[in-house]
Design a protein around this ligand. Sequence first.
Ligand SMILES: [Zn+2]
Ligand SMILES: [Zn+2]
Length: 115
Amino acid sequence: MAENAWLNFHCETDKQTRIATFRLSGTTWELTEVAADPLPESGVVPGRIEMSGQFNTASGYAGCPGCGADNFVRCGGCGELNCWRRANTHHTCAKCGNHGKVQGSIQSLDAMEVA
Ligand SMILES: [Zn+2]
Ligand SMILES: [Zn+2]
């Protein structure tokens, strides 16, 4: 069983794309960190693999490097991750512009690569 996965992570505030690292803990994928350096525009996404289970932030998660948001959402439009503050009821996707109410929980994600 794979234990780590990496996904694109979009900051709603600075509009940069970074790489988020998830670690599998039991049946929960925990977001442990988001890389400080943004990906270049031409960043390539390797093969995808589906992650399923529950999704949460790890207890030591330091927040989004771009704006400090403490949590994340999966865009209902393009399916990619965006940073999100728990206090906000809506979010706007930095990748596709989809605007929506934050609801439910993430059931699955397409990770780029699992090791
Ligand atoms: Zn952010
Ligand atoms: Zn989107």
